[in-house]
Write a protein that binds this ligand. Structure first.
Ligand code: NAP
Length: 314
């Protein structure tokens, strides 16, 4: 049995689909198990990463677990809780979905105890810790850091996946594309190694099934780096209509995010991450996808061709 948390989401749903297609026994956790659309034969379990008891119950009898535990700066302890739940439930192998840039001081991930490396203007959010001292939570580079450390210290077989920007993030442009208005871009011309979620999921499946990936941290990118404007050009070409972007400074975007109700720590982290990307910090292509999968990483263009209907334009 393999437990997938975040099982109805971008990566989790694809992990479930691929595992089920291989005939593996899968349990998918969701806050709404009755409404979760899973392949036939897949079990569902109620709950989510913030409800430790639900995670432990979902992990009962599982040999391996896919961990999706960070949706913002308040999730650090819940992410560590997923690892503790896996240990308590006797799970043997864990695969954690992390993010590129984790641990990078330019993303606010300095020495956790001193707070060194936190970026200018960051929020002061701190998580309550269980035992090991309170982590200082700041920029994106810290959000997955404590979960990664817990994974490595767990004594279990572990693999960490640090994907770059998901190709599917551009689905957030679909409404503006349909309206013919520009989508907002806070990354300027900064390039990222846009990765296809199907490739991330395929590597997660490999790591869940094969102990040879144990002890590895994979940084997952596509085969090239693209700016948001270059992605818009590819998308526009395939959809047959212009895809326009309006550049905002990270500071302008921060004001908007705060006005929309996002917490300060979250908004500050987005500003730091946007500056990092603008400055070329994420202009990175790795060989981890081709090395693990034995084939080239999918391009953004391939992802768009396969998902063009999701943009709702004919
Ligand atoms: N997007 C990117 O470009 C990118 C890049 C690198 C790393 N990442 C990392 O990838 C992870 C997210 O993966 P994903 O995109 O596959 O997840 P997702 O689609 O955003 O969410 C996965 C599932 O988790 C549940 N969920 C969502 N928000 C929740 C919340 N606030 N509290 C409790 N449950 C929630 C939902 O399932 P139910 O409603 O069924 O419970 C959702 O379907 C994050 O840790 C992020 O840091 C993302």
């Amino acid at each position: 049995m393999i437990l997938v948390t975040g099982a109805t989401g971008t990566i989790g749903s694809e992990v479930v689909r691929q595992l089920a297609a291989r005939g593996e026994k899968v349990r998918a956790q969701s806050r709404d198990p009755a409404g979760a659309r899973v392949p036939s034969g897949v079990e569902t379990a109620p709950g989510h990463h913030r409800d430790r008891a639900s995670v432990e119950a979902a992990m009962a009898g599982a040999e391996a677990a896919f961990l999706v535990g960070v949706f913002g700066p308040d999730d650090v302890e819940h992410d560590r809780g997923l690892v503790a739940a896996a240990r308590a439930a006797g799970v043997r192998r864990i695969v954690k979905l992390s993010a590129i840039g984790t641990g990078d001081p330019r993303l606010g991930a300095g020495d956790p105890q001193s707070g060194e490396g936190e970026g200018e203007g960051e929020g002061e959010a701190k998580a309550e810790a269980e035992g090991e001292g309170a982590p200082r939570v700041g920029g994106f580079g810290t959000w997955h850091l404590y979960g990664e450390e817990a994974v490595k210290a767990s004594g279990l077989e572990w693999t960490i996946l640090r994907p770059s920007n998901f190709a599917s993030n551009t689905l957030s442009w679909s409404q503006t594309i349909q309206e013919g208005t520009p989508a907002l871009n806070m990354m300027g011309g900064g390039k990222q190694g846009v990765v296809d979620p199907r490739d991330v999921a395929e590597i997660a499946v490999a790591a869940l099934l094969d102990p040879r990936h144990s002890g590895r941290t994979y940084t997952l990118t596509g085969p090239e780096t693209l700016s948001a404007h270059e992605q818009a050009a590819v998308l526009g070409e395939i959809l047959g209509r212009p895809v326009r972007l309006r550049d905002l400074s990270p500071e302008q975007r921060r004001e908007q995010l705060l006005a929309a109700g996002l917490g300060e720590a979250y908004a500050d982290a987005l500003v730091i991450a946007a500056r990092f990307i603008q400055d070329g910090g994420s202009d990175v292509v790795t060989e981890d996808v081709p090395e693990v999968l034995g084939r080239p990483a999918r391009t953004y263009r391939e992802w768009v061709v396969d998902h063009r209907e999701a943009f709702g334009v004919s």
